[in-house]
Design a protein around this ligand. Structure first.
Ligand SMILES: [Zn+2]
Length: 459
């Protein structure tokens, strides 16, 4: 068994019952009735953190062992837990910082806040808050930036170990164009990344991402070292930003005049491949998208962040062009993003697609937020859908969470319409419960880690 595949040492069985929605394939490339599973009364049986049975309740309920509790959610929607393919846990504290575009926003807010993560206690406090917010929003896997300091990475993974979550993260590499206190060097950045990778990659459900912030804050030497580290550990991830704003594009061009494009900078230093996840890609050219396709790298589409910073409109249909498909997931990009909620992020993605004159239906946006995100992270063999053999990371959504939602949901005539309503009107209030590896990690009424105290059958 591959390192890191052990899900839960806590053991035990649990059965969930409710209206289940999930995917067996990509609705961008197949009719939704072929790849979208909609089971109005479903059973999900879980043993030791893994889904062992899934299907219609009336066909399978006799398979539930007598000693197993059935947690029944009538009127609720069960989905695979959400996958946030790009977020900065160290920017949790500066969400909703007013008034500037990318470069100024980095200097005025981000680089100030990230200096606080030199402190292990502060890092631990923010990691706790961050994981609480993820789970309150039904997000069970995230690919996150940490700060430049190893303490910030240890705090993130320590918290993930406590929650038993499947996470990917890494130390930011920056050796130029940022405040002195946030800079490492080629050697220090390499050594610290290697040490953290060896400590955390495959520990529990965690994975390491080699994380140069973006081309402007790394020297060619640092990008080269990052590429060399990936070559040494090709099963690790690479996580960075690309082509977010026009001012950034011009800056990269001036810093790397010898490269043919922004993406070519990363390609040149060996930083593109199946497990490279590039945030934004708003302004990628046709030839750059071609390289993304060829190298099999992934784009994290972060609509609320792009809207907040006025960066531009990512064209999801273009990226998903069937002749040259690119893996695409959704990202909140906290703290430039404005919500931890992947439902809200789905709603923002819809608006961006509408501004591109190609509105995206809710089946596609839910795919991006679940199995599509898992594929973008190359984790779809383990997470991203409700299926036998997958890890039981599951969110329970309440379509009646507010008076207006209750009124609007009553008018829905299809699951597609219901999911669309949830994506436009929903947020953390809609999340009834979040299960991590078959354990209830969050309950809206009872809070975090509430499995032990919650009376069964009292829904
Ligand atoms: Zn970002």
């Amino acid at each position: 068994m591959e390192a890191g595949h052990v899900v839960s040492s806590r053991g035990g069985s649990i059965a969930l019952r409710g209206h289940a929605v999930t995917f067996t394939g990509d609705p961008f490339y197949a009719p939704s009735n072929e790849v979208f599973l909609d089971i109005p009364d479903a059973l999900v049986l879980i043993e030791d953190g893994i889904i062992t049975r899934f299907g219609p309740w009336n066909e399978l309920h006799h398979l539930v062992p007598d000693h197993v509790d059935v947690e029944h959610y009538p009127g609720h929607v069960l989905s695979a837990g959400f996958v946030d393919t790009h977020v900065h846990y160290v920017q949790t504290g500066i969400i909703a910082a007013f008034g500037s575009q990318l470069i100024d926003w980095l200097n005025d807010y981000t680089f100030v806040e990230e200096q606080r993560f030199n402190d292990a206690a502060y890092s631990a406090e923010m990691a706790r808050l961050f994981f609480d917010e993820l789970l309150r929003n039904g997000t069970t896997t995230a690919l996150s930036f940490c700060a430049v300091y190893p303490e910030s990475v240890d705090a993130f993974f320590d918290e993930s170990m406590r929650r038993n979550t499947r996470m990917i993260a890494g130390k930011v590499l920056m050796d130029r164009n940022a405040p002195e206190a946030l800079l490492d060097t080629v050697q220090i950045g390499y050594d610290q990344s290697l040490e953290l990778l060896e400590r955390w990659h495959g520990t529990g459900r965690n994975h390491y991402a080699i994380t140069p912030r973006f081309a402007p804050t790394s020297t060619p030497g640092q990008l080269e070292a990052a590429g060399a580290l990936w070559k040494l550990h090709p099963d690790a991830w690479v996580h960075t930003h690309v082509s977010e704003s026009l001012a950034e594009l011009a800056w990269v061009k001036s810093l790397f005049p010898e490269r043919s494009s922004y993406l070519d900078v990363y390609d040149h230093y060996g930083l593109l491949g199946r497990r490279a996840v590039l945030a934004h890609g708003v302004h990628l050219s046709g030839p750059e998208r071609h390289i993304c396709h060829q190298r099999e790298c992934s784009i994290a589409h972060c609509p609320s962040s792009n809207n907040f910073l006025g960066s531009g409109l990512f064209h999801v249909q273009q990226a998903k062009d069937p002749s040259e498909p690119i893996h695409v997931g959704l990202g909140t990009d906290i703290g430039a993003g404005t919500s931890f909620s992947m439902l809200t992020t789905m709603g923002e993605a819809y608006k961006v697609a509408a501004l591109n004159s190609s509105p995206m239906n809710s089946i596609k946006s839910l795919f991006l937020a679940t199995l599509g995100g898992a594929r973008a992270l190359d984790l779809d063999d383990r997470i991203g859908s409700i299926a036998v053999g997958k890890e039981a990371d599951i969110v329970v959504l309440d379509p009646n969470a507010t008076p207006l939602l209750r009124h609007r949901s009553a008018r829905c005539v299809s699951i597609e319409e219901q999911l669309f309503v949830l994506s436009v009107m929903g947020d953390d209030r809609v999340v009834r419960a979040t299960y991590v590896a078959g354990e209830r990690a969050y309950d809206r009424t009872l809070g975090m880690g509430s499995r032990e105290v919650r009376p069964t059958g009292a829904l």
